[in-house]
Design a binder for this molecule. Structure first.
Ligand SMILES: NC(=O)c1ccc[n+]([C@@H]2O[C@H](COP(=O)([O-])OP(=O)(O)OC[C@H]3O[C@@H](n4cnc5c(N)ncnc54)[C@H](O)[C@@H]3O)[C@@H](O)[C@H]2O)c1
Length: 336
């Protein structure tokens, strides 16, 4: 499905974080729709190295790229020599920058700021050098507990991850003051779910985690009051749509990428049980994060609609329906 009239065939596209959830979906979007596009997939892949919270330092997994026909480069975006080499070797038309410490619970402030903020500026300089439009992943985490609907300009990050994404956006605003020939778009994704997220392990969405609990015959475990914990959950297809439209925007800037509707964790469990034909009820557990938990996120997507012509297509019911066969396949192949 093509989301734009623009023809990406013959274009050279750098995708960072390409072995991760969103980056790999972008790789396949271009491969499937624009077979003559040259796709360079850069990722540090997983090494087994962990952060102090026990999670992997990088979640890239080769299985996300099985079937990919473009060029794969294993490397760290913090490695300036590598970036210089890539800068010399290719002439990019677009950079889709998804690489990041994506773990919102990581506490290594040094690594987070270096990887998410400083490497972004290096890549942005590369984009300017090549006259390549830059599309990068910001995050709804920039809002922290700011009131719904979350709106660009009203941020309050609650952790170093959200801080790092906000600092990326500040860099963007700074560069946009210059008279550049390229467009720069930061996309503040809300809670994304969909195929190729499984290898994010514990940081994958609750959609696949509840899905696998149910497939194992277990009652899904939810925090008490989960019918009142609401988030703007967005299906990967709509995130891809936003990225493609952001490649040739009407206006550079920072945009929210959500559905504009808040749904509850209880809804996820209920829709999954309906799709999987189970009636296991719900197992409520106390919420240990009371006080530091976002209870209501909902993206204000007015500007995204206006300036990117973005139109989300997937209600949660549609997204889970589309995703369910992959949730089952992954369960068979990886979990059982
Ligand atoms: N998934 C979501 O709900 C969500 C929400 C908001 C923002 N985001 C942002 O979207 C982007 C993609 O997220 P995702 O969900 O696909 O996460 P992900 O962890 O699957 O993808 C990030 C990729 O970046 C790679 N990476 C990490 N450090 C790197 C480094 N130093 N050099 C090169 N590669 C490195 C990882 O190996 C991984 O493959 C990230 O920037 C993330 O912060 C995601």
């Amino acid at each position: 499905m093509k989301y734009t009239e623009y023809d990406f065939n013959e274009k050279t596209i750098l995708i960072t974080g390409a072995a991760g959830f969103i980056g790999s979906n972008l790789c396949f979007y271009f491969q499937n729709n624009y077979p003559m596009a040259k796709i360079i997939a850069l990722d540090s892949f997983r090494s087994g190295e962990t952060l102090s919270n026990g999670n992997l330092k990088s979640f890239g997994h080769y299985k996300n790229l099985l079937g990919f026909k473009g060029t794969v480069i294993s490397g760290d975006i913090n490695d300036k020599e590598l970036l210089n080499q890539i800068d010399e070797d290719y002439d990019f038309d677009f950079i889709f920058h998804e690489a990041a410490i994506s773990d919102t619970t990581a506490s290594e402030q040094d690594l987070m700021v270096k990887t998410n903020v400083n490497a972004y500026e290096d890549l942005l300089k590369m984009a300017i050098n090549h006259n390549a439009n830059m599309i990068y992943a910001s995050s709804a985490a920039t809002y922290g507990d700011a009131a719904s609907p979350q709106t660009v300009g009203n941020e309050n990050p609650g952790n170093v991850y959200g801080f790092s994404k906000l600092m990326m956006d500040n860099i963007t605003y700074d560069y946009l003051k210059k008279d550049l020939d390229i467009s720069i778009v930061g996309l503040r994704y809300f809670n994304v779910y969909g195929p190729r997220e499984y290898y994010k392990n514990k940081t994958a969405s609750t959609v696949i985690q509840f899905g696998h609990q149910i497939l194992a015959g277990n009652t899904p475990k939810l925090f008490e009051g989960s019918d009142k914990i609401l988030r703007d959950f967005i299906y990967i297809e709509d995130v891809i749509q936003a990225n493609i439209k952001a490649a040739t925007p009407k206006k550079s800037g920072i945009y929210n990428v959500g559905t504009g509707k808040a749904r509850s964790f209880q809804d996820i469990a209920d829709i999954l049980q309906k799709e999987l034909g189970t009636n296991l009820g719900t197992n409520y557990i106390p919420n240990p994060y009371i006080g530091q938990y976002q209870f209501h996120t909902e993206a204000n997507i007015e500007d995204t609609k206006t300036y990117l012509e973005y139109a989300p297509k997937y209600e949660m019911e549609d997204g889970i329906k589309d995703y369910i066969s992959e949730i089952k396949r992954i369960y068979e192949v990886e979990v059982k």
